[in-house]
Design a protein around this ligand. Structure first.
Ligand SMILES: *Cc1c(COP(=O)(O)O)cnc(C)c1O
Length: 392
């Protein structure tokens, strides 16, 4: 096992053909066989890279190997988006009559999948408060097949004690599936805590440059095989160029995440106690209710923080309006700092009642720090927060 910086650069060494240092983009949907026998072989090969790109492509295999290495998992596969990853996992592993446990605070698309789409196929769900570890065990039923964990959660930055959730879930015969998008393997490795599958919106920190939509799932060969069998049917296929871009982003993930972590901690400290700010949500602050768990479970606290303005919706608007460097945009994990008002952003995918019940207040602004210089970012936010003091 090498360090993460080395794994990000060399995790696919055996999979890149010839002497090219940067992997070639294999922009072909189909691959020829030298004989009939060989064609039958590649057509029936599991997770091969030499038959048809929906089944697999060399660029897919390279990214999957690198992410599996970073996460300390056996193997993996890539999809066209993070939602392509989790919906394929769900369709692969669930059937009518099953039950899933899902967090109250989780990415809007995941909430929508578990509480909107899956029930139409006869899959029941229970939502739990992730900060209450015992709630996961209480929610387990004989029919529970999956426990969907996201830590830190989007956008409330609440944590789940992964190891403590894994134990009762496994005892009940359920699999634990962790969305590691916010933390990245640089800050947290859920597979080491016993998670069965770890998935990412590769669109975020892994890609890192706001230029590619992608998803990744890693786990044991046995589970990944099942997910792959469904992926070739659902067809959320990542294009070869996008797989190449994703890998290009991952090469610098450990370097970038160091800066994201430092910027987020500096911003959290600068804004905590500011007169316009009611509360800063960041696992790296001693004031975070689960700071002790964060220190135990994470090696860094991530690039995302939540800022609750005293002035509610108007205060949030004033902060957003006052920013010069940070861009008002959906998504996160970019080289550029991105800010959003989650209540507005998710109005189209999760109903307002659910958002309020999930604890997403009108004054909450989610900040995803980029890799700009720390002093410039802090100055931008403090100036904008100064302008939000009188509002509300
Ligand atoms: C963005 C996001 C997703 C969804 O990923 P897409 O690539 O946009 O489909 C899932 N989980 C988390 C935590 C996210 O932030």
């Amino acid at each position: 096992m090498t360090g993460l910086g080395t794994a990000a650069v060399h995790g696919d060494d055996g999979l890149v053909p010839g002497g090219s240092v940067a992997p070639p983009i294999v922009q072909s949907v189909t691959f020829s066989a030298e004989s009939d026998e060989r064609f039958t072989e590649i057509a029936t090969e599991s997770r091969g890279s030499a038959f048809y790109t929906r089944y697999g492509n060399p660029n897919h295999a390279q990214v999957a190997a690198v992410v599996a290495g970073l996460e300390g998992a056996e193997t993996g596969l890539v999809t066209a988006s993070g939602m392509g990853a989790i919906s394929t996992i769900a369709l692969a592993l669930l059937r009518a009559g099953d039950h899933v446990v899902v967090q109250r605070s989780t990415y809007g698309g995941t909430t929508s999948l578990a509480t909107g789409l899956l029930p139409r196929f006869g899959v029941a769900y229970t939502q739990v408060d992730q900060t209450d570890t015992a709630a996961f065990a209480r929610a387990l039923r004989p029919q529970t097949r999956l426990v969907l964990v996201e830590t830190p959660s989007n956008p409330l930055l609440e944590l789940t004690d992964v190891a403590a959730v894994v134990e009762p879930a496994h005892a009940a015969g359920a699999l634990v599936v962790v969305d590691n998008t916010f933390a990245t393997p640089v800050n947290q490795r859920p597979a080491a805590a016993g998670a069965d599958l770890v998935w990412h919106s590769g669109t975020k920190f892994l890609g890192g440059h706001s230029d590619v939509s992608a998803g990744v799932v890693v786990g044991s060969a046995e589970l990944i095989e099942q997910v792959w069998r469904t992926a070739i049917v659902t067809g959320a296929t990542l294009g070869p160029v996008d797989a190449w871009l994703l890998l290009r982003g991952i090469r610098t993930l450990p370097l970038r995440v160091e800066r994201h972590n430092a910027n987020a901690l500096a911003l959290a400290r600068a804004l905590e106690g500011h007169p316009a700010v009611a509360r800063v949500r960041y696992p790296g602050l001693a004031s975070h209710p689960q700071h002790a768990l964060a220190r135990r479970q994470m090696t860094g606290f991530g690039g995302v923080l939540g800022v609750e303005l005293r002035g509610g919706r108007a205060g949030a608007a004033a902060l957003l309006h006052g920013l010069r460097l940070a861009k008002r945009a959906a998504s996160l994990g970019s080289v550029s700092t991105l800010v959003v008002h989650p209540r507005s952003m998710w109005a189209g995918i999760v109903d307002a009642g659910q958002l309020a019940a999930a604890g997403i207040s009108d004054g909450l602004v989610r900040v995803s720090t980029g890799i700009e210089d720390t002093a410039d970012l802090v100055a931008d936010f403090v100036t904008a927060a100064d302008g939000a003091v009188a509002v509300g």
